[in-house]
Design a protein around this ligand. Structure first.
Ligand code: ZN
Length: 413
């Protein structure tokens, strides 16, 4: 039976076709009475059929399922037992490495399960988690967390799509036998081929091999690149060159790219144009970058966040990721893209009206990860969420409860 929800608001930026959706424009919202059939969102136009159920939206905001492109569920919530947190990226890697002896199946399940519960209550329908590679002495071995998280992804599949991305260092792909082993693990779980690169000596051949593997196996790619501010870092240039040489059609997502803050003028323009031509999307990760970058003796004087605006202006698809939550890399946080957006507002100078930035955690994040999601008028009704807010400043500031529109406690209909 169709449902008419009176007095509801939809951010205009989250409509694929706002001019055909109907309703009244109020700032960056579209308000009106919304008609939804069993399987699709019809819009705020036309006369509702006589048999339609009627509900009251009370002016609240309707959202599509959110998309979270960059997480680390294997590390989440380890903070309480880490004895030595603080310092830069390499200090965080060491602190986290020392904790891995505690990563039993039960421990991983409990922590990642808590993260998944947070994602579901935040209205996230698609999330990608990276998984640290290696087991103890062998940095190229399949980690225990890979299997545990793959099982959890299946357990939660009716509530959220959780995608796994492997995270060895980029040199691992320069070894054909190692690369083939990792690709087999990724293929087994329908995952994404990923790696991290921070001045690794075999980065050029590693990136080239990753593109070859992705093209032949149909994988998406996702790299942590240049999570640092050293002037010598050239991972992003190396990645762009490998992508352009390969002709790979994507999706390719690049996280961090902190080194872009070192560039300006022609060099910045050239590199961001190359990223756009190579169809490499860019994910800014404000929490972890603000916490770990610009570490020195005193107060930080650089932000360490990639040049998202300049890249987007050249045609690169931008998005935001939550990254680490309550671990050695970031000691605070919650798995909620709206909280990440709220952090990005001062970090990246995302000025109001906020409707302009919601795509960073919805359809742009979906495009960057190669999935279809993020528009209200294209969503399945089961993937629509009602937020307890009547304006976008309230939505982003308070990150209020979000409930599925059509099921569970508090649902409208
Ligand atoms: Zn990360």
């Amino acid at each position: 039976m169709p449902t008419l929800i009176r007095n509801i608001s939809v951010p205009r930026s989250l409509l694929a076709d706002p001019d055909r959706f109907g309703g009244q424009i109020e700032g960056d919202l579209q308000r009106g009475d919304l008609l939804i059939s069993e399987d699709r969102v019809i819009g705020m136009t036309g006369t509702p059929p006589a048999e339609a159920r009627v509900a009251d939206g009370k002016g609240r905001i309707l959202l599509p399922g959110l998309v979270e492109p960059h997480l680390h569920l294997d590390k989440a919530f380890t903070l309480p037992r880490l004895p030595d947190v603080g310092g830069d990226l390499l200090a965080a890697i060491r602190a986290q490495e020392a904790d891995k002896k505690n990563w039993t199946d039960d421990d991983l399940r409990a922590r990642a399960g808590r993260a998944l519960a947070e994602l579901v209550s935040a209205g996230v329908v698609h999330a990608r988690t990276h998984v640290d590679w290696g087991n103890g002495a062998d940095p190229t071995a399949t980690p225990r967390a890979w299997g545990v998280l793959a099982e959890l992804a299946q357990d939660w599949a009716d509530r959220i799509r959780l995608e796994l991305s492997c995270l060895p260092d980029i040199d691992a792909f320069a070894e054909p036998a190692t690369a083939a082993r990792i690709a087999a693990d990724v293929g087994r779980v329908g995952g994404t081929l990923g790696a991290w690169c921070l001045n690794h000596p075999r980065r050029a051949s590693g990136f080239a091999a990753a593109f070859d593997l992705a093209a032949s196996r149909g994988f998406a790619l996702d790299f942590h690149v240049d999570e640092g501010q050293g002037a010598e870092l050239d991972g992003l240039e190396t990645l762009a060159a490998a992508a352009l040489r390969s002709g790979f059609e994507g999706p390719v997502l690049c996280g961090h790219a902190v080194s872009l803050t070192n560039l300006a003028g022609d060099r910045l323009a050239r590199l961001t144009e190359d990223l756009a031509r190579a169809r490499i999307s860019l994910c800014a990760l404000p929490t972890t970058n603000l916490y770990l970058q610009s570490r020195g003796a005193g107060t930080p004087d650089r932000r360490g966040i990639t040049r998202l605006a300049e890249a987007a202006a050249r045609g690169v698809t931008p998005c935001l990721g939550t990254d680490n939550v309550q671990d050695a890399f970031y000691p605070l946080g919650r798995h909620d893209p709206l909280l990440t957006l709220a952090t990005a507002v001062p970090a990246l100078h995302l000025d109001p009206p906020f409707g302009a930035h919601l795509p960073l955690i919805t359809h742009l994040a979906a495009r960057a990860t190669g999935v279809e999601a993020g528009f209200v008028d294209r969503a399945r009704p089961a993937h629509l969420f009602l937020a307890e807010a009547v304006s976008l400043p309230e939505l982003v500031s308070a990150q209020p409860a979000r409930r599925p529109l059509f099921q569970g406690p508090g649902a409208v209909a």
